[in-house]
Design a binder for this molecule. Sequence first.
Ligand SMILES: Nc1ncnc2c1ncn2[C@@H]1O[C@H](COP(=O)(O)OP(=O)(O)OP(=O)(O)O)[C@@H](O)[C@H]1O
Ligand SMILES: [Mg+2]
Length: 331
Amino acid sequence: MIKKIILSNFRNFSFFQSEFEKINIIKGKNGTGKTNLIEAIYFCLNGHPFFKNLNRVKKDLNKPTYLNANLINNTVHITINEENIKKIKLNGKLAKIIDLKKQFPCIDYSINSFISFKNKNYMFSLIDRGVFAQDKTIIDKVIEYKKLIKTKKSLIKENNINKKAIKILNEKLTETIKEISKKRVKLVESIKNDVYNCFNKFHKKKLNISYFEGKIRESTLKEELLKRKMFVSLKKDTLKITIDNMNMFYYSSVGEKKITLLCIVLAILKMYNSRGLLPIFLIDDLEGDLDIDVQEMAFEIIKSLPNQIFVTTLGLYNGYNVINLTEELQS
Ligand SMILES: Nc1ncnc2c1ncn2[C@@H]1O[C@H](COP(=O)(O)OP(=O)(O)OP(=O)(O)O)[C@@H](O)[C@H]1O
Ligand SMILES: [Mg+2]
């Protein structure tokens, strides 16, 4: 649980501090910084912002940015200095992204990232967070995958291409991809029924969700060498979601997509919670595009969770610990 956050020179906040409780309602008009505050909390729990570009998080580019969070028994301090170098400290000691991720699991509901279908990163990271509840080695595997991709990228661009080195790297890479994909397939299979049951509380339509491994062919590997481009990657995998047999990403309404994502996220949370892990739940922009009764039902489910919750609102949810950013801007 996060008890307090202090931000300096972060996004639209020159300086901001707030204390938190179990249920936190982040309230404010458009553009007051609700998503930015969610991102700041995410940053403190993950060691990086939503998109890894550090430039964009600074308000004044010539000054350092600080994020400080007090959790129960832990403190996180993140600095981005004048040269844009990031330093993470966990309880006063230098730490890495992986240290935070392993210690402070969090699940974020972000409909904008979900809808942008081309950007599979959010979906895959959500699935990996689910896998993490069952199997912590997923983080090490994903890090290994990223390192292999980076090395391969530089090898493939070299003037005198080293085919032997690339061949060895490809073997390792395809093996790592297979391992990660298999874990993801298993995760999606294990949450399926919970997702369907949740969806049917809201809609009568039939939801279907499956993860498919991308195929790596010999010809793809040859094409890579020919074109000097990378084709072998986890991006060949797909998460297929259909509602009444139609591709959700192309055909469904925003409201249907929102409920689908909510149900996926809730199923992942349930799995964590059953293992006593209780991740922090960040919910950005759930209410817009949802019917009032659907909003009420969704909030009923969310507020009864044992997790610490942060939810942004234009003003609909009330009570609990309200962080009013409109008032903050005026003061
Ligand atoms: N690096 C930055 N420096 C200064 N301002 C920034 C920076 N990044 C984002 N902003 C500003 O922060 C403001 C708040 O953005 P944010 O997305 O958090 O608003 P919001 O309250 O979530 O709005 P909405 O209700 O529309 O979702 C925006 O006006 C944006 O221009
Ligand atoms: Mg927002």
